[in-house]
Design a protein around this ligand. Structure first.
Ligand SMILES: *Cc1c(COP(=O)(O)O)cnc(C)c1O
Length: 405
């Protein structure tokens, strides 16, 4: 049925709550790492739907899984279980430290489950006093009120009335600041094994191992928020695998569904047992459509060759960005790991990341920012080398347009 009104950017302002400010471009279809808008203009996608589209757009394995499941069963609720959820859970357990899985629909919901579980565990094993959650400044854990309060940016959590209590924030990559806060009253320390939204900040080896040790010394659980780093993004199935540190609880979402909403919390049997029957739940969590697509995405990404490819593609990005920088002197640093890359703007371009994003869009390239002064790249893990080259060429045009203006 053709709409009797035009579906354009103006309609957004008319009918949508104004919490976002989307681009004027409205993409209507995608294939691999290319996307086309309403005017059939083509873009190369270095954004990946914010580290979600790990296999690009409309990957055949995901399309097939969705189509096949869509003709079987769509939804049951957790009054009954379903085959796709159990298959996916089994694969998550077989391929990680975890022994138990809880399914949710997003990163925030997965973290919400993790934090509630940590509090339950502490209450039942150690008593009422042990309820402190320590997270890190600039960290991001989602937008529910609990998760946004655990997150390290008060600008996101202020203005909504009284916050959930007993949450403290230490400095990332600063063990002394964690030492100053942690005690036997701490029930969990929550960290991203590479801060994404906070500016593409990798933990030092000393820091991440030190956090694990402080958790052990204080009987606190270590929660890794792998919502952005998980499912191959950093060149390992999960980032913890490359850090030589195992968390007690791990959350995963974003790339888990390759574009279909799903999240999961993974943990051990010993900890999981504290979420007893009735203590937590979700109507859609473990939905068969979501789990069928996620299973196909997981099977595709959990492959040595694909993961090795992530590191090769990352090198192509870093070399290309360094070459652009040699010509135009706009970055102070190219950082990150695998295909989560940050190009940090130097002093001359502070606060201008959004301008680079807009200039890239004009050249037919989608990129992301991480804060006001970092351009972030989170492309498909299977982006073809030619698309990287072509996208970097477009990015160079965008950089030139800003430098020469
Ligand atoms: C995106 C993100 C979240 C929130 O995920 P949603 O699906 O938006 O709820 C949580 N943690 C990290 C590290 C993220 O990058």
């Amino acid at each position: 049925m053709p709409a009797t009104f035009s579906v354009d950017r103006n309609l957004f302002d008319e009918v949508m709550v104004p919490n976002y400010s989307p681009s004027a471009v409205i993409p209507v279809r995608g294939k691999g790492s290319r996307v086309w808008d309403q005017q059939d203009r083509e873009y190369i996608d270095f954004a990946g739907g914010i580290a979600v589209n790990c296999l690009g757009h409309c990957h055949p394995a995901l399309v097939t899984a969705l189509q096949q499941q869509s003709e079987k069963i769509w939804h049951l609720s957790n009054v009954m279980t379903n085959e796709p959820a159990l298959r996916l859970a089994k694969k998550l357990v077989d391929n990680t430290f975890a022994e138990k899985v809880f399914f949710a629909n997003s990163g925030a919901e997965s973290n919400e489950a993790a934090f509630k579980l940590a509090r339950r565990w502490a209450l039942e094993v150690h008593g009422e006093e042990k309820s402190q959650i320590i997270a890190f400044k600039q960290g991001f854990h989602g937008r529910t009120f609990f998760t946004v309060t655990v997150g390290g940016q008060t600008s996101y959590s202020d203005g909504f009335g009284p916050k959930p209590g007993d949450i403290a924030h230490a400095e990332y990559n600063n063990l002394d600041s964690l030492k100053a806060l942690i005690s036997d009253k701490t029930c969990a320390v929550v960290m991203e094994p590479l801060q994404g939204e906070g500016g593409i900040v990798s933990p030092t080896d000393e820091f991440v191992k030190g956090v694990r040790q402080l958790c052990d010394e204080n009987n606190a659980l270590l929660v890794f928020d792998e919502v952005q780093t998980g499912v191959g993004r950093l060149g390992e199935l999960y980032a913890y695998m490359g850090l030589d540190v195992t968390p007690d609880i791990l959350t995963t979402a974003k790339a888990l569904g390759g574009g279909f909403p799903i999240g999961a919390m993974l943990t051990t049997t010993e900890i999981a047992k504290h979420l007893k029957i009735g203590t937590h739940g979700s109507t859609y969590g473990g939905n068969p459509l979501a789990c069928a697509v996620a299973e196909a995405a997981f099977d595709t990404v959990n492959d040595a060759q694909l993961l090795a490819g992530v590191n090769e593609k990352a090198q192509q990005y870093v070399a290309g960005l360094n070459a652009i920088n040699a010509k135009y002197q706009v970055f102070s640093e190219i950082r990150g790991k695998g295909l989560l890359i940050g190009a940090v703007l130097n002093d001359s371009y502070q606060g201008k990341a959004k301008d680079f994003l807009n200039a890239a869009m004009s050249e037919g390239l989608m990129v992301l920012v991480a804060g006001a002064s970092i351009i972030r790249f989170a492309p498909s893990l299977v982006i073809p080398s030619e698309d990287i080259s072509e996208g970097l060429a477009r990015f160079e045009q965008a950089v030139a347009s800003i430098v020469n203006q």
